[in-house]
Design a protein around this ligand. Structure first.
Ligand SMILES: [Zn+2]
Length: 98
């Protein structure tokens, strides 16, 4: 998949851990519609028009709607289009909490 190829030079866990990603929600790889930048963001299921209790591992990025999140390159809140649900990072997180 092209999405995986794009990740080769990126530190997804580092992006998720950064303040830019936000603190709560499901980790998703998303693209800013303002500047085209790709960054890991956290978004709640509600923000992506999904059921609040949805199992993130069953989520498909194509089912998720755009959500608003801050973009530091744009200098404000922008719409972000989910391109991948990062369930791998989510499971990693759960593992750390147990
Ligand atoms: Zn932007």
């Amino acid at each position: 998949m092209s999405v995986d190829a794009d990740r080769d030079d990126r530190d997804l866990e580092g992006e998720l851990a950064s303040a830019n990603a936000g603190r709560r929600g499901i980790p998703v790889d998303a693209i800013c519609v303002g500047c085209g930048r790709t960054h890991v963001k956290r978004a709640s299921p509600e923000e992506m028009d999904q059921h609040p209790q949805v199992d993130p591992t069953t989520l498909e990025a194509t089912d998720c709607t755009s959500f608003k999140h801050v973009c530091y390159r744009c200098g404000g809140t922008e719409w972000w289009n989910p391109i991948a649900v990062l369930t791998g990072l989510l499971e990693h997180e759960r593992g750390e909490q147990e």
